[in-house]
Design a binder for this molecule. Structure first.
Ligand SMILES: [Zn+2]
Ligand SMILES: [Zn+2]
Length: 372
């Protein structure tokens, strides 16, 4: 570790320098060594040194501490000399734990980004599956320059500042000694390459936006919220890296007659009082066809009937779910005189219940009225 220079020496001042003199010296040296102005190899390090000296000497508390203890011996670690209010601890921790750790070769192939597309489909398309085309906007490698960004016939050049690494080392003097910090190369923006003549098609970034038509096969039995992965249909990779994937999120529209729960289908069928009481054979729509369903005499409202295998094909595995039919007895609301008269006759004959089920139902109600 290099010997740390005295802060007063860095600023070219004596120990009794006034605040004004410190400020003046700092301004002059900062202008002289600012990396934007001074292209010498050590300019940045010098600039940092000057800045650090100024940060300490311009603060009366830190200056007093410095005058008393001098530079902190780096071997003393965090415990010695300056207390926690030095202000630079956050940066120093970053230097220890960040920065250099995630060094990546900027010229390595890089996988393209994944894309997501939400697709809304009809209820029956989810049940039976569907093939369709979608158009998605995506970034692809430029055909003109094959993704290099350089004008055809030219090549990107290796950056002379970072020699292709895309990283710059910044040496900083701190109270704990010299710290080496790595950051993206300012000359090439971290790419490691410089493009002298840019491809005119893509403007030098090697990528173009395209509207791409993609054929999608939706499998039978897919449900709302399902996700289809289409490998390699995402955005183009960098420097020969593979393309990302396309994820299609399926949204299924509701149906006005069928409801779906997993592989099972639910529906409701109205029955007249007469059908429910006397029994009947009725037609039920299923997803594929009409089927006949026998309603036994004395069917109560809310009863479910199961049509086996009339549900949704299983997405994984063999077979299909079932269709569940709920019957709802509809009470007539518009009756003519003759119908009313017949119902009155029916009611007068209806004093005794013969069915066990009804008997127990009315018994329970009577007990409830009695408060049992
Ligand atoms: Zn191009
Ligand atoms: Zn560079």
């Amino acid at each position: 570790m290099a010997e740390k220079r005295d802060y007063y020496e860095v600023l070219g001042l004596g120990k009794s320098a006034s605040e004004e003199e410190i400020k003046k010296a700092y301004r002059k040296l900062a202008r002289q060594y600012h990396p934007d102005v001074n292209k010498a190899d050590d300019a940045e390090a010098k600039f940092k040194e000057v800045k650090e000296a100024y940060d300490v000497l311009s603060d009366s508390g830190k200056r007093a501490q410095y005058d008393q203890y001098g530079h902190v011996d780096p071997n003393q670690g965090m415990g010695g000399g300056f207390s926690g209010d030095f202000g630079g601890f956050g940066d120093i921790f970053d230097m220890f734990f960040g920065g250099g750790g995630n060094r990546r070769d900027p010229n390595a192939p890089q996988r393209g980004n994944d894309l997501q597309y939400t697709m809304t489909i009809e209820f029956k398309d989810a049940v039976f599956g569907k093939e369709t085309d979608i158009t998605i906007p995506r970034t692809e490698n430029c055909d003109t320059c094959n993704g290099s960004g350089a004008k055809p016939g030219t090549k990107p050049e290796t950056c002379s500042v970072c020699h292709g690494s895309g990283q710059q080392e910044v040496v900083q003097n701190t109270p704990f000694g010299r710290m080496v910090n790595r950051r993206a190369c300012s000359n090439c923006g971290g790419r490691g390459q410089i493009i002298r003549e840019k491809c005119t098609t893509c403007g030098g970034n090697g990528k173009v936006k395209k509207q791409r038509k993609i054929h999608v096969r939706i499998p039978a039995g897919v449900d709302d919220g399902a996700q289809l992965r289409m490998a390699g249909e995402g955005e183009g990779g960098l420097r020969g890296g593979p393309a990302g994937d396309l994820y299609i999120i399926i949204r299924v529209k509701s149906h006005d007659f069928f409801d779906r729960e997993g592989d099972d289908i639910y529906c409701e069928i109205p029955l007249t009082f007469a059908q429910a009481a006397l029994g009947d054979e009725i037609e039920i729509p299923t997803l594929t066809e009409k089927v006949k369903l026998k309603i036994p005499a004395g069917t109560q409202t809310g009863t479910y009937f199961r049509l086996k295998g009339k549900g949704v094909p299983k997405l994984r595995g063999i077979g299909q779910g079932d269709q569940h039919v709920k019957v709802v007895v509809v009470t007539p609301s518009k009756l003519n005189e003759e119908q009313k008269e017949l119902l009155r006759q029916f009611a007068s004959l209806d004093g005794e219940f013969t069915h066990e089920h009804e008997q127990s139902f009315f018994d329970r109600m009577k007990r409830a009225f009695r408060g049992d």
